[in-house]
Design a protein around this ligand. Structure first.
Ligand code: SF4
Length: 447
């Protein structure tokens, strides 16, 4: 195995508790991100790994945290885990090694058979994230190239009966399959017991085939459709990515029969205090509730203050669904670093997705750090609607920073660590230190 790939494997396992098992996939999704990358992006496909090899790597997993399979946070292409020829034996080995650790598996559903569903039920503490995308035969064929959709739908419909909790996800492409297909898919997932349903606006780049790009107005129509569908169910229907402009800890939804639901909390409630302490952000509110056993939560609902008492085991999931905004520890360490500068004159260059959230956080420290500025950097390399920090490249920063730096003369420029997550290098392998040389200004990563 290439040393770079091995290093990324270990990073994925030790930092995110994600266990990569295969990069092979039997789907042919029109929205697959692997098909839309600009040239020169350094991503890796796993060679075939045997069960024993993967179990050896699994020794680096943290047994106290949920084990995740079928997702990727590094540059390793994730595939369909059930396609691994030894996946049942691998899962059995993992359960033997980690008897009490929850395991989460993301799947396109095509490997779910009565036998695999029975195995998951036997193993226990397994949760699935089913990327269903469509619950109609025609829809799954168009969106995913699925030639046996009936088997997938039967398997998904059997999960609740077998005691396997699951969440559903849908990449919304109604211009390809119709709005009715989307409604039917939401209804199918709700009917068969999905705890949550996430509906994704598809990400597209300048390299995406034009017919796959959603037409203008899709997001607005989708929001209207979800507002209607939410009237019919208590299952949280969540639009992704969330369009966040501030740090208000608003609850998006509450999972049925969860501690939060039993306490009486509802989607739309705004948390004002957790055990008497005002949360900094959504992330802070969620973490505080998650960590606590018995917790008193103050909220505002329809303009009125209310108080609820939630009881659960410490560190157990409260059943709240909240968008991820800003990690308070990360913000604290960043502003602490700015305070150390002689004049506090710093420039934070970040993605267009993160900029409004960070601007809202900077408002809170404006008096103390008046010379700290923020700049949104468009992703010109990927283009399309790509707006997250992790996909920004060095050349995106180089396209906009020189003029700004000439005008404002910051003492230091801060960049999102996510954009340079591989040892300070971006997705094409270029180091953030190149920027320092060009701008003749110190550059630091926030991480
Ligand atoms: S299931 Fe995932 S990895 Fe496979 S083609 Fe679809 S999007 Fe790509």
């Amino acid at each position: 195995m290439q040393p770079d790939l091995y290093r990324l494997l270990l990073k994925s396992i030790s930092e995110a508790n994600i266990l990569p098992v295969t990069s092979a996939c039997n789907g042919r999704c029109v929205f697959c991100s692997h098909l839309q990358n600009p040239p020169g992006i350094r991503v890796y496909s796993l060679p075939p790994l045997g069960k024993e090899e993967i179990l050896e790597l699994a020794e680096f997993l943290d047994p106290e945290k949920r084990i995740i399979i079928g997702e990727s946070v590094t540059r390793i292409n994730e595939g369909e885990p059930f396609l691994h020829p030894e996946f049942p034996a691998l899962l059995t080995g993992l359960r033997r090694r980690f008897p009490a650790t929850p395991i989460q598996i993301t799947t396109n559903g095509m490997g779910l058979t009565p036998a695999t569903v029975a195995l998951l039920a036997r193993l226990g503490r397994v949760r699935l994230v089913v990327s269903l995308n469509s619950a109609t035969a025609g829809g799954r064929r168009i969106l995913m190239g699925d030639n046996n959709p009936a088997a997938v739908l039967r398997a998904v419909a059997s999960l609740r009966e077998r005691g396997i909790p699951f969440d559903g996800s849908i990449v919304a492409l109604p211009h390809l399959v119709g709005w009715e297909d989307l409604r039917q898919t939401i209804a199918f997932l709700v009917r068969w017991g999905a705890a949550t349903v996430r509906i994704f606006l598809p990400g597209y780049t300048r390299y995406t085939r034009q017919e796959w790009v959603p037409p203008a107005g899709t997001e607005e129509k989708l929001q209207a459709l979800l507002a209607e569908e939410r009237e019919k169910t208590r299952v949280p229907l969540i639009l992704e990515p969330p369009s966040l402009k501030d740090l208000t800890p608003r609850i998006l939804g509450v999972i049925e029969d969860s501690p939060a639901a039993r306490a009486g909390l509802k989607g739309g409630d705004v948390i004002t205090a957790v055990n008497g302490k005002r949360p900094f952000s959504r992330v802070d509110a969620f973490r505080q509730v998650q960590a606590a056993g018995k917790v008193v939560i103050d909220i505002i609902r329809d303009g009125k203050p209310l108080r609820f008492c939630l009881e659960k085991e410490e560190d157990a999931s409260p059943g709240l669904v909240m968008a991820a905004d800003l990690d308070p520890d990360l913000f604290r360490s960043f502003t602490g670093r700015v305070r150390q500068l002689a004049r506090g004159r710093a420039l934070l260059a970040t993605s267009t997705l993160a900029a409004p959230i960070l601007a809202s956080a900077l408002e809170r420290v404006k008096e103390e750090l008046p010379s700290l500025e923020i700049m949104a950097v468009p992703n010109q390399t990927f283009g399309g609607n790509i707006c997250c920090s992790g996909l920004l490249l060095l050349e995106d920063f180089l396209a906009v920073l020189p003029d700004r730096v000439r005008d404002r003369r910051p003492e230091c420029i801060f960049l999102p660590g996510l954009a340079f997550a591989d040892q300070g290098r971006d997705l094409r392998g270029r180091s953030y230190l190149e920027l320092q040389a060009v701008l003749k200004t110190p550059v630091e990563l926030i991480q």
